[in-house]
Design a protein around this ligand. Sequence first.
Ligand code: ZN
Length: 612
Amino acid sequence: MIRARSWRSLIVVLGMMWLLPVALVSQPISTHQTEADRIVYTVSLAGTRTHLVHVEMRLPSGEPARAVQLPVWNATYQIRDFAQYVNWVKAKTPNGNPLPLVHTDKTTWRIDGAQDGAIVEYEIFADEGGPYGAQLNAHHAFFNFAEILMYPVDSRAMGIDLVFTDLPQGWKMATPLESAGSGFQAANYDRLVDSPVEIGTFDEADFDEGGGHYRVVVDADKADYNLYKIVADLQKIVAAATAWMNDRPFQTYVFLYHFPRHRGGGGMEHAYATAIDLNPEALNNTLEVLDIVSAHEFFHLWNVKRIRPQSLEPIDYTKENYTRALWFSEGVTSTVEDIILSRAGLLKEHRYLQILGEQISYLEDSPARPLQSAEESSLDAWLERYSYYSQPQRSISYYNIGALLGIMLDLGMRENSQGHACLRDLFQWMNRNYAQQGKFFPDSQGVAQAADAVAHGDYSSFFRKYVSGVEEIPWDDFFRNVGLHVVRKKVSVAEVGFVAGRSFDQPAAVAQVDGGSEAEKAGLAIGDVLLEINGHEPGPDFERKLQQLHAGDTLKVRVRGENGERELHWKISTREEVEFELQDVENISAQQKASRAAWLKGECQSAGDARP
Ligand SMILES: [Zn+2]
C-alpha cells in the first residue's frame, strides 16, 4: 500500500517554533527525566543564503575542564577534516559569562570553568551536496551530523536532544531520528551522527511491508522520477532482503533520494536509513541503477552496520579506523545486493551473468591484481582520495574483488555441503552470533569461522589464497557445479592513452599518462584537471563516456595545469584486452541447472531456510 503522508501537523509545529524567541526554543526538552545529563544541540538554519550553520551545544555540569571535537572523518573511510569549515567557536556559562577556550589541535577546543555546564557556540560553513555531505542552501538542508556537530570528548555516550530553529516557511523534515517534543533525540553521539536529515519541501511516500514501516523521501525535479515506480521496486527489495536474512531489526526505515543534474551518484548506509544521490541520466528508462544502489545500501543495515568488524569499533573520529574487512563489508554487500535483486525479480539470469562477466574482466584486467590482496585493498581505503593511488596500476577495488569473493565463497560452500549450506547461512549465522548479541566480528578471521561453522569445512586455505593472498582465482573450479565456465575473448578497445579519476570532493584529474601514447605526444600531463572533454564538462560518468570512444576518433580536451589552461587533441588508438564471459558448460546436467537456480536465488537447503 502506498499513501502520501500528511505533513500538516508537523508544519504547524515547525511554524510555531520559527516564531518563538531563540532563548525559549533552545531550552532543554522537558520530557526527559534525566535532562540534567543530556547534551542539547540547537541548530539554526537562518543562513540559507550564506551556507552558514549556527550551532549551540549545551553541556550539562561536570568536570571544569572539557574538550570538544569535530570529527575528521565520517563513514566514508576518508580523512576530510570538517573543522576546515568552522569559522569561530565561543564558550560561556549557562548564565552567559564567557569561558576561556583554547584551540588545542586542528579539530579540538578546550574549555575551562565548565563545572556548572557550558554553552558552546560556533559557526560552520556547509555547502557540500551528496549523501556524504552537509549542505544548507535556499533549496534545502541535508546533514550528516558528524560534519557539523561537535561532541564532548568525555561524554560521547551521553543522551542527546536536537532542535532546529529558523526553518524557512513550508520546510518539513525527514530523518530516522526519534522525535521528541519539538525536536529529536538520540541515545548517544554515534547514534545521532548515523542519522541523516533532509529538511525542505521534498516529495514523500510510505509503505508497510512484512511488519516494517518504510518512508521514501525524494528531493528532486518531479520531471526526473516516478515515485510510484520507485516505491514498487523498493517494496520488492525490502521484502526479498528481510526474508533472505529472516530478520528485520527495525520498526521504521527511511530511503532518502536526491537526483542532482550536475553531480555524480552514490549512496551512504545508515542503521535505519540510507541517503542516495543519482544523476537523472542514470534513471532514463530504467530503475536498474536505483535498484542496485538501494539494495546495496539496504543490505548494509545488516552488513557493516550491525554485522560489524571489530576494527571499526570504537569509532575514532580523530583518525583512521584501519580495517582489513572492507572486501567483506562492502564487496560481499554487493554480492548480496544482486542476490536480493534476483530474488525480487528485478535482475534476470542473463543480466546477472553479464554483470558477473564484467566484474571478472575488471579484476583480471587490473594490473595491480597480483600486487595487492583484498585485505590490503581494504586497509588502504584511506588512500582512495588520491588519484595516483586510485589508478589500476596501483590498487584494486575491494568492492570488485570482494563481490567476486562473496560469490566464490557461496559457490564453494554449496559444493562442499552438497547444496546444504550457502552464503545465506553465513550471514544468518553472523547475525545471530555477533549482531544480535551486540558483538563485533574479528574481521576476515570471523568470516572464515562463520563459513567453517555453517558449511562444516575448512575455509582457511580459501582465505589464505584469495583474501589475504593474491593467488589467481580458478573460476571454472567454482562455476562447474552450477554448469558455467569462463570464456576468454580478446577484444580491441579504444585507448585514450591516459587514466583520470575523481575523488568525491575533487574535480576530475589526470592520474597517469601512458608512455609513448598519443596523449603524451599531445602534451597531457599528470595532475592536469579536466575542464572539458569534446566540448562537455566531464560529468559523473566521464570515464564510461571515454570508454565508448572508437579508434580513430579525435579526442579534444581542455585542461588546467601548472601553467594555466590548454586545449589539446589527439587520435584514439586501440589496445588489446581480455574479456571474460560466462557460458553454459557442454552437456549441462539437470543437477547443474537446479544448483544454478538455487544459487541465483540465494537459496540453500539448510535449516536457515526453514526458520519462521
Ligand atoms: Zn557500500
